[in-house]
Design a protein around this ligand. Structure first.
Ligand code: ADP
Length: 363
């Protein structure tokens, strides 16, 4: 059967295990020899015990687990050609020519580069006697399918990235817990949630928790936000509301591109309204815990689709990323989606907020 390997790379997220499980089982079902690559690109470069054959039962009892059981890592070596050469040798030695990468835009960019270099890497391996001519011919084409695992929902091309829904659940639970104590003491709570470049988690959880104000990276507030914020908080209190909730995405910025931190917001509230104001930074809790039913199903569907895409691929087929569009699993050109995602970050960096929001809207 065809050699197929799956790995997780970059930041972890809930639902990655469901995706790994689906890749392994769909691969075996379609007659592939399936491998795990542990610790992302680092495992691919290092080889040895990091690349092991997967069995049907090796992915039992993992669908409910958060994080990724096969490990994830950042890998400097893979950014260099010499690292990718080692990785290519390790794949050829095992007959692996199909890769499923589960990660963020960095991981997908690396995979695309690897594929574009594949034939020249194989040439070099033959010349230095590390693989045979027969191996070169047999494993001449590398195929890649990506899926996006990220709690931030920060990738253009998919309605939801794997892990986002679970993070929303985690944040909502935390805000509910805070709200009950805030209510008792008539406090104001500022919650810092993840999202360095993407305000999705902040916006959605602001809605689900009836927050009074939300700060996100893509859409800085008007310059007089301190006044607007305080009058909104006062207005809510004057109509009998006993607490205030403010959500701040970790990448929130003002019109000048300066960070709007939870601490800055707290000072504004305390100085102007003298409210008892507390900050909660949710941190890695948002990434942790069991995946939601939605993320489990999403991981299953994306994983199965990725394997089917690889099995149908010809040497001419573009690398794809498997995405959710409406309620459909679709295959989109990998690099186009990566470029769009990078364009959003670029638009934000150049303070082109309108463009950032518009590009993000197409995600
Ligand atoms: P994410 O995939 O979550 O965006 P990173 O950007 O840290 O996370 O990328 C994860 C890994 O992917 C990196 O540690 C590196 O090994 C590999 N990678 C990222 N960008 C590139 C690139 N341009 N070329 C080669 N490898 C890359």
């Amino acid at each position: 059967g065809k050699g197929l390997a799956v790995f997780t790379s970059g930041g972890d997220s809930q639902g990655m295990n469901a995706a790994v499980r689906a890749v392994v089982r769909m691969g075996i079902y379609l007659g592939c020899k399936v491998f795990f690559i542990k610790e992302g690109y680092q495992g691919m470069v290092d080889g040895g015990d990091n690349i092991v054959e997967a069995t049907w039962s090796s992915v039992s009892s993992i669908i409910h687990k958060g994080g990724t059981i096969i490990g994830s890592a950042r890998c400097q070596e893979f950014r260099e050609r010499s690292g990718r050469l080692k990785a290519a040798k390790n794949l050829v030695a095992r007959g692996i020519t199909n890769l499923v990468v589960i990660g963020g835009d960095g991981s997908l960019t690396g995979a695309n580069l690897f594929r574009s270099e594949w034939s020249s890497l194989l040439d070099e391996l033959v010349q230095s006697g590390q693989i045979t001519k027969e191996q070169q011919t047999k494993f001449a084409h590398l195929h890649i399918a990506g899926m996006v695992g990220s709690i931030d929902n920060d990738f253009c091309g998919t309605d939801m990235t794997i892990g986002t829904d679970s993070a929303l659940h985690r944040i909502t639970e935390a805000i509910d817990a805070i709200a009950s104590t805030a209510y008792s003491h008539q406090r104001t709570f500022i919650m810092e949630v993840m999202g360095r470049h993407c305000g999705y988690l902040a916006i959605v959880t602001a809605l689900t928790s009836e927050a009074d104000y939300v700060f996100v990276p893509e859409m800085p507030p008007p310059r007089d936000w301190p006044t607007k914020l305080c009058s909104k908080l006062e207005q809510e209190r004057s109509t009998g509301q006993r607490l205030n909730i403010i959500i701040v995405a970790e990448g929130a910025i003002d019109q000048d591109g300066e960070p709007i931190t939870a601490e800055k917001v707290r000072q504004v509230v305390v100085e102007n309204l003298q409210q008892d104001t507390r900050i909660t930074v949710l941190g890695h809790v948002q990434r942790g815990g069991n995946p939601s039913a939605f993320d489990r199903v999403l991981g299953c569907r994306m994983g199965a689709e990725a394997v089917m895409a690889l099995m149908e691929a010809t040497p001419e087929t573009e690398s794809c990323v498997v995405s959710l569009d409406g309620n459909q699993a679709v295959r989109l050109p990998l690099m186009e989606c990566v470029e769009k995602t990078k364009a959003v970050t670029k638009a934000m960096a150049s303070k082109d907020w309108e463009n950032a929001v518009q590009l993000r809207g197409k995600s």
